[in-house]
Design a protein around this ligand. Structure first.
Ligand code: SF4
Ligand code: SF4
Length: 93
């Protein structure tokens, strides 16, 4: 089977995002990066990756999420709530 084209990948991500909307509390960042760039320089999918690691990894490995978070050049408190990312995100809008 040939690999997915970029158009097919986009369609798949959007479909998965639409499923997430139906299960609001099961929503997860899809790491699609459609929300980038953030005008404040926040790498949003990496923030969510750190959050997911802290939340989902077993006890001894949660620190990996903390380390990822600590290594972010721009922390999410730099957000000015312009909502540009919200408009672009297939999973959270
Ligand atoms: S709301 Fe604006 S500033 Fe905040 S993370 Fe999204 S794009 Fe960046
Ligand atoms: S657009 Fe949404 S799902 Fe995609 S990387 Fe950004 S926050 Fe994650």
């Amino acid at each position: 089977m040939p690999p997915l084209s970029e158009e097919e990948k986009d369609a798949l991500v959007r479909k998965i995002g639409s499923l997430g909307k139906a299960f609001r509390y099961g929503q997860r960042c899809l790491r699609c990066r459609y929300c980038q760039p953030c005008p404040q320089g926040i790498v949003i999918p990496e923030v969510f990756r750190a959050w997911d690691m802290c939340r989902d990894y077993p006890g001894d490995f949660k620190y990996l999420g903390l380390e990822l978070y600590r290594g972010l050049d721009v922390k999410p408190d730099a957000c000015v709530e312009c909502r540009e990312c919200v408009e672009k995100c297939p999973a959270f809008t």
